[in-house]
Write a protein of this length. Structure first.
Length: 311
């Protein structure tokens, strides 16, 4: 029940995170913002989750945002990067691969993930693992980058490379589409799945500042089809110039925007006590009565009560 395509170089993902771990606090602003949004959603759920798992903890960003909310008594934190796992600094932090999680079925009341799952090759398989790790009626609450992330950077490099080198290579990773995620959650066996999309826009002085931040986050391109040789100097400067031409804010010293599309997944491990849709025809009240109209055969419009026959 997996789509085990090799899209990402997982060793490169780990290497990028290890490299970023030492100064991650200086570049974690996007993670902190998304973690705060996830924690706010947990506030809206009137449940306690004593045993929770954070997949891709990035040194404890989400733990700090939670601040004890959700009735969490134990939070197990994992990260693909040994350096980031160590940075979490708790006895429940460990290095673990999102694609091969070391947990028994029914271990957790809650599974969280903040901006980590978009680097997983076998996302359907990982979702199955997360569903199995949950107790019945346990909650999955995850955020990952969506397909519209860094559209500006992608276009700037595409046009610059095409002009300078006569071809283009991917400079940003392929990411999930919001329309696909609901289906993936259902295929993984989750109940009551909800997927929504938010956009966070961050401005930088130029493209090079953006790329420096991405490196500091550990979010540089790790796709298998990425360019392995150094990008030509002329291409880099042409891309930066094109970025500013296309998107620069002339009223704000030419600062450029960077779009991050954030997909938030909310779903539950199946349980017999969960609400289920009614069978067709089992409603106890007529819709026409609720709307105050006369019921008509299909294809005819119902007139408002008291208006039938008026000119």
């Amino acid at each position: 029940m997996t789509d085990a395509m090799e899209v990402f170089d997982r060793r490169a993902v780990r290497r990028h995170r290890d490299r970023a771990a030492g100064r991650f606090d200086a570049f974690d602003y996007l993670f902190r913002e998304v973690a705060d949004r996830l924690a706010d959603r947990l506030d809206d759920i009137r449940r306690r989750f004593p045993m929770a798992l954070d997949v891709g903890a990035h040194g404890g960003v989400l733990r700090r945002a939670l601040g004890g909310r959700g009735g969490i008594e134990t939070l197990v934190e994992t990260d693909l990067s040994p350096a980031l796992a160590a940075r979490a600094g708790t006895k429940f932090a460990l290095c673990a691969d999102e694609e091969a999680l070391p947990f028994a079925d029914g271990s957790f009341d809650l599974v969280l993930s903040c901006l980590s799952l978009h680097w997983v090759n076998d996302l359907p398989g990982t979702l199955v693992q997360l569903r199995r790790a949950l107790k019945p009626d346990g909650l999955l609450l995850c955020a990952l980058a969506g397909g519209d992330t860094l559209v500006e950077l992608r276009r700037a490099f595409l046009e610059a490379e095409s002009e300078i080198e006569g071809g283009a290579s991917p400079h940003t990773a392929p990411l999930a589409d919001v329309r696909e995620m609901g289906g993936l959650l259902q295929r993984a066996g989750f109940a009551l799945p909800v997927v929504d999309s938010d956009t966070i826009t961050v401005t930088h002085g130029d493209m090079f500042a953006l790329m420096r931040d991405l490196r500091g986050m550990g979010e540089t391109n790790a796709s298998l089809t990425r360019r392995r040789s150094l990008t030509r100097r002329a291409t880099m400067f042409a891309a930066a110039e094109r970025y500013t031409e296309l998107y620069g804010d002339r009223d704000n010293e030419g600062r450029i925007p960077a779009t991050f599309q954030i997909l938030t997944l909310t779903a539950w491990a199946p349980d017999a006590a969960q609400p289920k849709p009614l069978r067709p025809g089992s409603a106890g009240a007529r819709l026409a009565d609720a709307l105050g109209v006369d019921e008509k055969p299909a294809g005819e419009k119902a007139a408002p009560a008291g208006k039938e026959g008026e000119d």
